[in-house]
Write a protein that binds this ligand. Structure first.
Ligand SMILES: C[S@@+](CC[C@H](N)C(=O)[O-])C[C@H]1O[C@@H](n2cnc3c(N)ncnc32)[C@H](O)[C@@H]1O
Length: 189
Protein backbone atom coordinates (compact mmCIF):
# COMPACT_ATOMS: atom_id res chain seq x y z
CA UNK A 1 0.00 0.00 0.00
CA UNK A 2 1.16 3.51 -0.69
CA UNK A 3 -0.27 6.86 0.35
CA UNK A 4 -2.71 8.56 -2.04
CA UNK A 5 -1.22 11.34 -4.17
CA UNK A 6 -0.76 14.66 -2.36
CA UNK A 7 -3.27 17.41 -2.90
CA UNK A 8 -2.09 19.98 -5.44
CA UNK A 9 -0.74 23.02 -3.60
CA UNK A 10 -3.49 25.31 -4.93
CA UNK A 11 -6.17 22.89 -3.63
CA UNK A 12 -4.52 22.77 -0.21
CA UNK A 13 -4.70 26.58 -0.14
CA UNK A 14 -8.40 26.45 -1.06
CA UNK A 15 -8.99 24.04 1.84
CA UNK A 16 -7.29 26.51 4.21
CA UNK A 17 -9.62 29.25 2.99
CA UNK A 18 -12.66 26.96 3.42
CA UNK A 19 -11.62 26.08 6.92
CA UNK A 20 -11.23 29.74 7.90
CA UNK A 21 -14.64 30.51 6.39
CA UNK A 22 -16.23 27.49 8.14
CA UNK A 23 -17.44 26.33 4.72
CA UNK A 24 -17.91 22.62 3.98
CA UNK A 25 -19.97 22.42 0.78
CA UNK A 26 -16.94 21.95 -1.43
CA UNK A 27 -16.60 19.21 -4.01
CA UNK A 28 -15.08 15.96 -2.84
CA UNK A 29 -11.55 15.05 -3.82
CA UNK A 30 -12.69 12.32 -6.21
CA UNK A 31 -14.70 14.87 -8.18
CA UNK A 32 -11.82 17.31 -7.91
CA UNK A 33 -9.39 14.86 -9.49
CA UNK A 34 -11.93 14.27 -12.26
CA UNK A 35 -12.16 18.04 -12.84
CA UNK A 36 -8.37 18.33 -12.97
CA UNK A 37 -8.08 15.47 -15.47
CA UNK A 38 -10.71 17.05 -17.72
CA UNK A 39 -9.21 20.53 -17.38
CA UNK A 40 -5.89 19.15 -18.57
CA UNK A 41 -7.53 18.42 -21.95
CA UNK A 42 -9.00 21.91 -22.37
CA UNK A 43 -8.13 25.12 -24.15
CA UNK A 44 -10.20 28.33 -24.22
CA UNK A 45 -12.40 29.42 -21.34
CA UNK A 46 -13.78 27.18 -18.61
CA UNK A 47 -16.51 28.23 -16.18
CA UNK A 48 -17.93 27.17 -12.87
CA UNK A 49 -21.40 28.03 -11.56
CA UNK A 50 -21.15 28.23 -7.76
CA UNK A 51 -17.61 28.86 -6.52
CA UNK A 52 -18.14 28.27 -2.82
CA UNK A 53 -14.71 28.98 -1.38
CA UNK A 54 -12.83 27.94 -4.51
CA UNK A 55 -12.04 24.25 -3.96
CA UNK A 56 -13.52 23.10 -7.28
CA UNK A 57 -11.93 26.09 -9.01
CA UNK A 58 -8.57 25.13 -7.53
CA UNK A 59 -8.94 21.55 -8.77
CA UNK A 60 -9.74 22.86 -12.26
CA UNK A 61 -6.76 25.21 -12.08
CA UNK A 62 -4.46 22.39 -10.99
CA UNK A 63 -5.18 20.55 -14.23
CA UNK A 64 -4.64 23.49 -16.60
CA UNK A 65 -1.60 23.01 -18.82
CA UNK A 66 -1.81 26.04 -21.12
CA UNK A 67 -1.07 29.70 -20.40
CA UNK A 68 -3.96 30.90 -22.55
CA UNK A 69 -6.69 29.01 -20.66
CA UNK A 70 -9.02 31.07 -18.45
CA UNK A 71 -11.35 30.01 -15.67
CA UNK A 72 -14.37 32.17 -14.80
CA UNK A 73 -16.31 31.27 -11.68
CA UNK A 74 -19.38 32.93 -10.18
CA UNK A 75 -20.53 32.85 -6.56
CA UNK A 76 -23.74 34.48 -5.34
CA UNK A 77 -22.61 34.87 -1.73
CA UNK A 78 -20.29 37.88 -1.52
CA UNK A 79 -18.45 36.65 1.58
CA UNK A 80 -17.65 33.33 -0.06
CA UNK A 81 -16.67 34.96 -3.35
CA UNK A 82 -14.29 37.31 -1.55
CA UNK A 83 -12.73 34.37 0.30
CA UNK A 84 -12.30 32.39 -2.92
CA UNK A 85 -10.85 35.38 -4.79
CA UNK A 86 -8.05 35.47 -2.17
CA UNK A 87 -6.70 32.17 -3.52
CA UNK A 88 -6.28 33.51 -7.03
CA UNK A 89 -5.21 37.16 -6.52
CA UNK A 90 -1.85 36.52 -8.20
CA UNK A 91 -3.31 34.36 -10.95
CA UNK A 92 -4.29 36.11 -14.19
CA UNK A 93 -5.89 32.90 -15.50
CA UNK A 94 -8.67 32.77 -12.87
CA UNK A 95 -11.43 35.31 -12.29
CA UNK A 96 -13.83 34.98 -9.37
CA UNK A 97 -17.04 36.95 -9.85
CA UNK A 98 -19.21 37.86 -6.91
CA UNK A 99 -22.42 37.42 -8.87
CA UNK A 100 -25.25 35.18 -9.93
CA UNK A 101 -24.02 32.65 -12.50
CA UNK A 102 -26.29 34.25 -15.11
CA UNK A 103 -23.57 36.96 -15.31
CA UNK A 104 -21.54 34.39 -17.26
CA UNK A 105 -24.19 33.85 -19.92
CA UNK A 106 -22.59 36.27 -22.37
CA UNK A 107 -18.99 35.22 -21.62
CA UNK A 108 -19.11 31.81 -23.31
CA UNK A 109 -19.07 29.57 -25.12
CA UNK A 110 -17.06 27.51 -22.66
CA UNK A 111 -14.77 24.55 -23.26
CA UNK A 112 -15.73 23.12 -19.87
CA UNK A 113 -18.62 24.05 -17.61
CA UNK A 114 -18.85 22.82 -14.01
CA UNK A 115 -22.48 23.23 -12.91
CA UNK A 116 -22.25 23.29 -9.14
CA UNK A 117 -24.61 25.95 -7.81
CA UNK A 118 -26.66 23.30 -6.00
CA UNK A 119 -29.83 24.44 -7.81
CA UNK A 120 -30.78 21.45 -10.01
CA UNK A 121 -33.87 23.21 -11.35
CA UNK A 122 -31.66 25.81 -13.05
CA UNK A 123 -29.34 23.60 -15.06
CA UNK A 124 -31.50 21.71 -17.54
CA UNK A 125 -29.98 20.99 -20.96
CA UNK A 126 -31.99 23.64 -22.85
CA UNK A 127 -30.68 26.41 -20.60
CA UNK A 128 -27.08 25.26 -20.85
CA UNK A 129 -26.56 23.93 -24.37
CA UNK A 130 -25.65 27.23 -26.06
CA UNK A 131 -23.09 28.05 -23.38
CA UNK A 132 -20.87 25.15 -24.41
CA UNK A 133 -18.65 25.03 -27.48
CA UNK A 134 -18.76 21.99 -29.81
CA UNK A 135 -16.67 19.31 -28.16
CA UNK A 136 -17.06 21.16 -24.87
CA UNK A 137 -17.67 19.28 -21.63
CA UNK A 138 -20.29 19.82 -18.93
CA UNK A 139 -19.76 18.33 -15.47
CA UNK A 140 -22.52 17.94 -12.87
CA UNK A 141 -21.86 16.21 -9.55
CA UNK A 142 -23.52 15.26 -6.27
CA UNK A 143 -25.72 12.48 -7.68
CA UNK A 144 -26.58 9.30 -5.79
CA UNK A 145 -25.33 6.22 -7.66
CA UNK A 146 -28.25 4.39 -9.26
CA UNK A 147 -28.20 1.08 -11.12
CA UNK A 148 -31.76 1.42 -12.40
CA UNK A 149 -33.19 3.07 -15.49
CA UNK A 150 -34.50 5.68 -15.18
CA UNK A 151 -32.11 6.71 -12.41
CA UNK A 152 -33.74 6.90 -9.00
CA UNK A 153 -32.73 9.19 -6.19
CA UNK A 154 -34.46 9.31 -2.80
CA UNK A 155 -37.32 7.15 -4.16
CA UNK A 156 -38.04 9.39 -7.15
CA UNK A 157 -36.98 9.45 -10.78
CA UNK A 158 -33.98 11.74 -11.07
CA UNK A 159 -35.35 13.76 -13.98
CA UNK A 160 -32.32 16.06 -14.31
CA UNK A 161 -29.98 13.11 -14.71
CA UNK A 162 -32.43 11.38 -17.06
CA UNK A 163 -32.61 14.55 -19.19
CA UNK A 164 -28.83 14.91 -19.50
CA UNK A 165 -28.32 11.20 -20.22
CA UNK A 166 -30.87 11.13 -23.05
CA UNK A 167 -30.42 14.49 -24.78
CA UNK A 168 -29.12 13.95 -28.32
CA UNK A 169 -27.08 17.15 -28.34
CA UNK A 170 -24.66 15.60 -25.87
CA UNK A 171 -23.00 12.25 -25.24
CA UNK A 172 -23.25 11.82 -21.48
CA UNK A 173 -21.94 9.29 -19.01
CA UNK A 174 -22.80 8.79 -15.35
CA UNK A 175 -19.53 8.01 -13.55
CA UNK A 176 -19.36 6.73 -9.99
CA UNK A 177 -16.58 8.75 -8.39
CA UNK A 178 -17.04 7.00 -5.02
CA UNK A 179 -19.31 4.30 -3.62
CA UNK A 180 -21.83 6.97 -2.60
CA UNK A 181 -21.39 9.62 -5.28
CA UNK A 182 -21.65 9.93 -9.02
CA UNK A 183 -21.09 12.68 -11.56
CA UNK A 184 -22.24 13.30 -15.11
CA UNK A 185 -19.78 14.12 -17.87
CA UNK A 186 -21.52 15.42 -20.99
CA UNK A 187 -19.68 16.18 -24.23
CA UNK A 188 -21.42 18.46 -26.72
CA UNK A 189 -21.65 17.25 -30.30
C1 LIG B 1 -21.99 23.10 -3.82
S1 LIG B 1 -21.48 24.72 -3.49
C2 LIG B 1 -20.15 25.01 -4.60
C3 LIG B 1 -18.92 24.23 -4.33
C4 LIG B 1 -17.77 24.54 -5.24
N1 LIG B 1 -18.12 24.48 -6.64
C5 LIG B 1 -16.65 23.54 -4.99
O1 LIG B 1 -16.48 22.62 -5.80
O2 LIG B 1 -15.95 23.68 -3.99
C6 LIG B 1 -22.73 25.69 -4.23
C7 LIG B 1 -22.49 27.20 -4.20
O3 LIG B 1 -23.29 27.80 -5.21
C8 LIG B 1 -23.67 29.07 -4.76
N2 LIG B 1 -24.83 29.50 -5.57
C9 LIG B 1 -26.14 29.14 -5.42
N3 LIG B 1 -26.89 29.71 -6.38
C10 LIG B 1 -26.03 30.44 -7.15
C11 LIG B 1 -26.22 31.26 -8.30
N4 LIG B 1 -27.42 31.44 -8.85
N5 LIG B 1 -25.13 31.87 -8.84
C12 LIG B 1 -23.89 31.70 -8.29
N6 LIG B 1 -23.67 30.93 -7.19
C13 LIG B 1 -24.72 30.32 -6.64
C14 LIG B 1 -23.95 28.87 -3.28
O4 LIG B 1 -23.84 30.09 -2.59
C15 LIG B 1 -22.88 27.86 -2.90
O5 LIG B 1 -21.75 28.50 -2.34
Amino acid sequence: MSAPPDLPEIVARAFDVSRRAGYVSFCRNETGRLLAALAATRSGTMAEFGTGTGVGTAWLRSGVRRDDVRILTAELDTTLATAAAEIFTEDPQVEVLSADWSTLLDKGPFSLLFLDSGQPGEVGVDRIVDLVEPGGIVVLDDFTPSETWPPISYGRVDTLREEWLTDERFTTVDVMVASDASALIATKH
